[in-house]
Design a protein. Sequence first.
Lengths: 368, 368
Amino acid sequence: MSEVYAARRERLRERSSAGGSATALVSRPANVRYLAGAVPHGAVLLLGMDEDVLVCADPLDEQSADARPDQALRVQTLPAPGGDCAVAAAGLAAAQGAESLAVEEHHLTVARHRALGSVAPRLRLGDLGTAVEQLRLIKDEEEISLLRIGAEIADQALSELLESILVGRTERHLALELERRLVDHGADGPAFTTSVATGPNAGRRGHRPTDRRVEEGDFLSVCLGAAYRGYRCEIGRTFVIGTSPADWQVELYDLVFAAQRAGRQALVPGAACREVDRAARQVLDSAGYSEGLAPTTGHGVGLEIDEDPRLAPSAMGKLDACVPVTVEPGVHLPGRGGVRIDDTLVVRPEADGGPELLTITTKELLAL
Amino acid sequence: MSEVYAARRERLRERSSAGGSATALVSRPANVRYLAGAVPHGAVLLLGMDEDVLVCADPLDEQSADARPDQALRVQTLPAPGGDCAVAAAGLAAAQGAESLAVEEHHLTVARHRALGSVAPRLRLGDLGTAVEQLRLIKDEEEISLLRIGAEIADQALSELLESILVGRTERHLALELERRLVDHGADGPAFTTSVATGPNAGRRGHRPTDRRVEEGDFLSVCLGAAYRGYRCEIGRTFVIGTSPADWQVELYDLVFAAQRAGRQALVPGAACREVDRAARQVLDSAGYSEGLAPTTGHGVGLEIDEDPRLAPSAMGKLDACVPVTVEPGVHLPGRGGVRIDDTLVVRPEADGGPELLTITTKELLAL
């Protein structure tokens, strides 16, 4: 794997040099992990003049085994505890003779940025912008295979839950049960706070589980994901509790299903992100649900659960092959509940069979 | 509760005015929650010229019930989704006629700070510093009672775990089991990632649970906490697995216990934070364990699990009454394991009985 990280750093160095900075400081944790293979707590990565250095707050032998960085990197620990690795890295850059250092202005706070300026007053601080996030957009097959395993784990956890008795159990308990099953099947942990929403809560995006119990006739919507070796996927499904769903439930489900399918079918290399959003959104719009829709119908996933690209009306840019995204439209009717359907897919050319569905749990409306 | 939040905002307004800014923008989530009673996702609080405004990214009816802010606050939602509430708040301040706005430079990123400057170019941006964090240091009795309930929940979850069979189970499973029990007993959720460490991992600070299974003769150290209505506490204990601990285990345990007791006994109003740290640290030092000790022996708790004050050799400041802190020295011997003992206590005057221990699980060395 070491060559992978070295190649990523090399691509970043080219971008940074093209932007006028011979050195760069990466502080956003997911970005450090992407370039260094691991991100010990508080660590930052310096792409230096002479060599690249991972500056860590604590000695590595105090870190967990899964926090081992790329062995090709020099690792330096802060001389005194409690310091800021970014400030130390700026000092290193200055000591290496650098004149300019590109930093992640969208991640560094004003106070930290000022501290960098104080420790290395002659260093011109530039902006690296979201250069690393842009490198992270298109995944290699190794990254996709980690997402695929994560999705399998989430599918499995969900399928086991569906076999158990649900009526009378609280949202909180079902969420914890799902998280336990994720770990049972090999996840590092949940990719994000598992959402379980019943009755009037169902279909609410990002709903935090409450003590409400599952009742007959409820919609039940769940959204969960596994983190697997750092990579995070997402699946969301909505079910009905009881033998036969009400007419309004079937209608609403079919509508959201149609919107989600339209979004999935729009996932082709070269498609504008806003067009994918529109494909899903207009199905809901034309049925009269334009009010109260979520601002996005999907987003990229990877080392973070919510990363670029964004599938939204104002989104810029186009999709590329090998970009994993969620497609997750939903409708929530205040007081009644609603439906969300959410898959993680990888954009693939039509010649390769079109979008690759990672989360394969059925999207039929199941009555549980 | 509304008067409580209004009074907190009034105290902050006084500090901000004294610093030369008639208006202030609070963006750090725990600080927003402290002053507004809730922090809907992405929300910021403007202490304005005319009135205080909670600027939210989404309409409140899309938020969970536990995210309801102080009803005395005006709530404003962003006109378009995807915007930055802090930028909108700066625009509001300018529209109210403010000339200066104090912001949290230790929380706002360089990029957001610049966006504030662009939307309101005539507004002089100052630094609010850690004014809200300083207000949060001393807790009122209502806050302490929430911490007390959280500590009871954690004690209960831990005591139930101790009654179950441990040998053969993995760190990950035990951690999840503890988190489930926290929720069972009424916690919002875990206050932080539960740490379960066995054998050679035992005693490592912040150890992330692995697939290692509990074995006879192991040290087992656990650290957990409940979040209860936003307030977070912490308890850590170390046990021995099997009928009788080895001599080195008893010795190490007694030593850490003595250090932790010395730290607890040093918790008096007016004590220097570094003296509390020293009280605990010198016990370990004088037994030859000065190398590899954690940089702090304790820290404040409240709306965040790790807040001021810091009990460390370089810490400034003194303890006040009604400040809740952890006391958590530990020793980890690489390859062998170790011991951590961690309590949450509230500093109280001697006349009131001295430090109030919130986490009451026994600190005898139990063989499980």
